[in-house]
Design a protein around this ligand. Structure first.
Ligand SMILES: NC(=O)C1=CN([C@@H]2O[C@H](COP(=O)(O)OP(=O)(O)OC[C@H]3O[C@@H](n4cnc5c(N)ncnc54)[C@H](OP(=O)(O)O)[C@@H]3O)[C@@H](O)[C@H]2O)C=CC1
Ligand SMILES: O=C(O)C1=N[C@H](C(=O)O)C[C@H](O)C1
Length: 251
């Protein structure tokens, strides 16, 4: 499978470059990033998707949400499947992905790890059982270079919980009201940034007599890279449509 790495110079782009170089059935044939000479990558790097000459099967994207239009245009024009792992998309941008998936296969997930995608169903189940008597709060922690907050994963977990509760919850980001008590239908979402934390997501169900914490800790960026490779293999050859990691892990 021939892969184009979009955002190849970044933390995730370089993690994928290292891992794929040891695989026999996947090859990075080119990359795209702002600085074409930053690393001595074992493949050509272009500053724009318009310059790409190589034929590729799948584009894997870990870059920035502002790149979305160019990625969707490239995928549609060249009939290339897209694994979009970037976070920080607006609702309008997410709608653009859905629209483009009528013409090409697109997979998007804010977290490519098996563990987080398993947690999505666990927290949905827990929310249904516990909501009446428990308050639900999400706490995420990431490294100090992360651009978006809260994390895409925290929002994905919040949406899964809210969907399980028929969308009754209002999100309260980083609660800093000094005068108001917590309301019953709040879902608190809190972002911590510091050092080199790879990624932690905790869902707290706080009840009158007991607390339940469901937590995922990413120990290395390799977990996201292996997930993205698995997703790319899954997507290669699939019919046009919109896919998530749920499709990949339930195959
Ligand atoms: N779904 C998942 O499992 C995961 C998702 N992510 C998400 O992936 C994204 C990237 O993360 P990470 O690798 O840590 O971030 P980095 O900032 O390390 O890497 C992003 C790379 O994309 C480049 N880039 C930014 N804008 C453009 C552009 N317009 N054209 C070409 N290249 C561009 C950056 O260049 P420059 O530095 O010069 O701006 C950088 O080299 C983030 O949104 C992050 O949240 C991260 C880990 C896991
Ligand atoms: O930027 C990161 O590093 C990560 N971003 C993703 C997110 O926003 O949820 C996933 C992961 O936690 C690492």
């Amino acid at each position: 499978m021939k892969v184009l790495l979009h955002g190849c110079n970044g933390r995730m782009g370089q993690t994928l470059t290292k891992i794929i170089s040891n695989l026999n059935d996947v090859e990075v044939v080119c990359g795209v990033d702002k600085d074409t000479a930053k690393f001595n990558n074992p493949y050509p790097v272009y500053s724009s998707l318009n310059e790409v000459k190589e034929k590729v099967d799948v584009l894997i994207d870990f870059s920035n949400h502002v790149c979305l239009d160019s990625i969707l245009e490239y995928g549609k024009k060249n009939n290339v499947a897209l694994v979009i792992c970037t976070t920080g998309f607006s609702e309008e941008e997410k709608a653009k992905m859905q629209e483009a998936s009528k013409y090409i296969p697109i997979l998007h997930s804010a977290n490519m790890s098996l563990g987080v995608n398993l947690i999505l169903s666990l927290v949905s189940q827990a929310a249904k059982v516990l909501y009446e008597n428990f308050d639900i709060e999400i706490i995420e922690k990431h490294h100090n270079q992360k651009l978006d907050s809260p994390s895409g994963t925290a929002l994905m977990i919040a949406d899964a919980i809210n969907k399980a509760l028929n969308d009754v919850l209002n999100y309260n980001y980083g609660r800093h009201s000094k005068t108001q008590k917590r309301e019953k239908n709040e879902l608190g979402i809190h972002a911590v940034r510091g050092g080199n934390i790879v990624g932690e997501h905790e869902v707290l169900f706080a009840g009158p007599f007991e607390n339940i914490e469901i937590k995922h800790t990413a120990l290395s960026r390799d977990v996201f890279a292996y997930g993205a490779i698995r997703a790319a293999k899954y997507l290669h050859g699939k019919p046009n449509g919109f896919y998530t990691m749920k499709d990949v892990i339930s195959e």
